[in-house]
Design a protein around this ligand. Sequence first.
Ligand SMILES: [Zn+2]
Length: 126
Amino acid sequence: MEKSGNPPPYAPPYGGAPQYGGPQPGFQPPPPGPPHHEPQQTVIVTHTVSQVPVGPSPTSTTCPSCHAQIITSVETETTTKTHLFALLLCLFGCWPCCCIPYCMDSCQAKTHYCPNCRAYIGKFDN
Ligand SMILES: [Zn+2]
C-alpha cells in the first residue's frame, strides 16, 4: 500500500525586497498660486426666449417661431427624476414596480413643440 503523501509545502523563492526609488526627496507642497484677479469677460446673455407656461397637456398658444396659433404637440421625456424613481422602487424591493415611473406621465417631463415648424415651445417638468 502506497500512501499518497502530501507534497511538501512549496515556498516560492522570495524575489528580493521590493526596490524603492531611493530616499525620498524633500517633498514640497505646491506653493499657493498668486490670486488671479482676471477681469471676467462673461457676457451673460439673458435672452429669455418668451417661454410659454405650459402644462402637462397640449396647450393652445401662439408659436414664437412661426407665429401661428397652434396647439402644442407634447413629447414625453424621461428625466433624471424618472430614473431616480425607478431606482428608489428597486431599492425598496418593488422590482415589478421599477418600470412604473417610465409609464407614469407625472414622472416625466413634457416638452411642447410647435406642430407646424417643430419649434421648441416650452417644457413642463413637475
Ligand atoms: Zn411654429
